[in-house]
Write a protein that binds this ligand. Sequence first.
Ligand code: SAH
Ligand code: MG
Length: 197
Amino acid sequence: MVDKYTVIREMRQYAEKNNVPIMLDEGIEFLTTFILKNHIKNILEIGTAIGYSAIMMAFVDPNVKITTIERDEVRYLEALKNVKKLGLEDRITLIYNDAFNVKLDEKFDLIFIDAAKAQNIKFFEFFEYNLVSGGAVITDNLKFHGMVDKEEYEIKSKNLRALVRKIKDYIVYLKENKKYDTEFFEVGDGISVSVKK
Ligand code: SAH
Ligand code: MG
């Protein structure tokens, strides 16, 4: 029997070594507490990476099920390996594809968006059909390592400036979206929770 803490530690080490941007402790704590408090059972995650956040969410409660999508093959295979090691195959469904090619019929009570940061509005609109009313969309990295709080001239790279602008657009989009009540949290790298009315 593998020790779950060893596997978690190895996942973190792998992420660190290979520059995989997994959610750090504060964010994971926030996410898992949210799942617990709101009795979330069925989760859709956009952006699996190596399966770290999906696995941490699965550990909250044995009734939690997660469907998670990843387009990078190396990361998907690593996630598959980690999920199997922990015997979570029956609760974590891994989909290897670009999220925009994945049309699901199923409804979820939580959608966690943690993929390409410039595409947040598109992910939101593409998957909101899959959210039950009263369900929540949680989005990670709204501060983008502090970049979103900086003045534009302070950001030297053009690509990064464009990305930060997109994240700001997403924040405005959430604030103005009357179908949802959105709250923003200064936790980890910045998290929003949008509850569908
Ligand atoms: N949620 C993970 C980290 C995800 S990192 C964790 O905290 O453990 C973001 C991932 O999203 C990357 O691995 C990237 O390949 C993936 N991604 C980005 N855009 C995507 C898309 N359109 N479809 C599927 N995966 C995508
Ligand atoms: Mg993230």
